[in-house]
Design a protein around this ligand. Structure first.
Ligand code: DQA
Length: 149
């Protein structure tokens, strides 16, 4: 099983951002936690982060046919990134969305989520644990899909 792990704008700067919202880990540390979990489950992960919506779209298109699922923290693109949304739909694979902070309890613009209806699940507000829970949910979903095939 192969999973693409995508991170959007500003997530490369986690250690310099608000700890209260985003926790204290760097993106590299979060990716290491994900890699440990993936190893335990025999799953292969590909990591990609960009501050540019088009580059995230390119990464999704390049992985077409090579992956079984996508785990994504789209950062602020969550709230307005329609081309990213379209690329996720067109990928044809299940997508789980994660957020470090609880986007439902912050500014009004963060309550809008353009990935709604595209993702099979959304894990929010657990800081780095959102990624681990999100990965587990995605792996289980893909396993169930494969068992039905
Ligand atoms: C975020 C929430 C977004 O609203 C914000 O723009 C981010 C991070 C999160 O993980 O909580 O950059 O996606």
């Amino acid at each position: 099983m192969k999973i693409l792990v995508l991170n959007g704008p500003n997530l490369n700067m986690l250690e310099k951002r608000n700890i209260k919202h985003y926790g204290a880990l760097t993106l590299a540390e979060i990716n290491n936690l994900l890699a440990d979990e993936a190893k335990r489950q025999g799953v292969s992960l590909t990591f990609f982060q960009s501050n540019h919506e088009g580059k995230l779209v390119d990464a999704i298109q390049e992985q077409r046919g090579k992956i079984d699922g996508i785990l994504i923290n789209a950062g602020a693109l969550t709230h307005y990134g329609y081309s990213l949304r379209d690329a996720l739909v067109d990928s044809g694979v299940p997508v789980v969305e994660v957020h470090l902070s609880n986007i439902t309890k912050r500014e009004k613009f963060r309550k809008i989520d353009v990935l709604d209806g595209v993702v099979i699940d959304r894990i929010i507000g657990l800081k780095e644990k959102s990624y681990i829970v999100g990965l587990e949910k995605l792996i289980n979903y893909i396993k169930q899909l494969n068992a039905r095939r």
